[in-house]
Design a protein around this ligand. Sequence first.
Ligand code: SAM
Length: 274
Amino acid sequence: MLNIFGSNRKPERISPFKKEDMQEYIDKNRAILDTIDNWIDDRAFSESFFNYGAPDHIKKDINKKINTDITYSDIMVYIANKYFRTVNYLEIGVSVGKNFLQVINSCPGLANASGFDIENINPVLEKQLSLISEEKWDTLPNSIKKDRSSLRKYSFGKIPSINYLSGDVWDENNWAKMKNSSFNLIFSDALHTPEAIIFEFEMLVKYNLCAEKFVIVWDDIVGGMQEAFFKIYRKYNKKFNAKEYYLINTNGWVGQYEQEHSIGIISNFKFRNP
Ligand SMILES: C[S@@+](CC[C@H](N)C(=O)[O-])C[C@H]1O[C@@H](n2cnc3c(N)ncnc32)[C@H](O)[C@@H]1O
């Protein structure tokens, strides 16, 4: 059944997030980024499948200090702190861990954070965590990932549950490993293709990965991704009764050194008077 907005609802284009309300989190995020001088581990990069999703024009700027213009990391940390007492975070596409490290440091309410990427965990990120256990399983033979898939569990300070799943988004076995995790903040930032984000949506539903109250943020909603985003909205709306629906521009992982990113946001609660 359609909600009061009907199926042709258009996403809001003006950000509901004001810089003056976010300053505390922006400052915290910049301070965390300043603790890492070099995100690149040359050996890990030479053994990687996609250079951790960092093409040369990004790689050359990845260690540069970014200014205080709002980034998608600031938005996610703000949402986490403002709307959730307990945060269960999933990041699909972690890369070297720039956004992931900000989220796990800037959310006092974090109970669990799970990263999911085809690459093995970047040693620079892993150095921040304490390994508890590792489980491995066979990767589907047709995957571009050529080694075994794995789930590493870590603690991070007082946070007992940080997971890193090294596996292909297209390999359903990986989603099954996360079955019934109640993620309330999800960031989709892996393949950036319409087919992949629609498949991810199907996996989130099939394996019951969304908490009762949740918000999802997608990066790079341009071109064909926009059509997929609209389609996902219609499906989410039907299944979860979406309340907020945004398509806004903001900075990304290298801040002012690249064009703004177009991010999509859907939540099943209201940002005002949640
Ligand atoms: C743009 S980067 C992520 C940036 C990160 N979210 C941040 O903000 O710091 C995209 C990541 O998606 C991963 N990726 C690409 N294809 C994938 C696949 N089929 N399965 C899992 N991860 C994939 C890449 O390895 C890369 O690390």
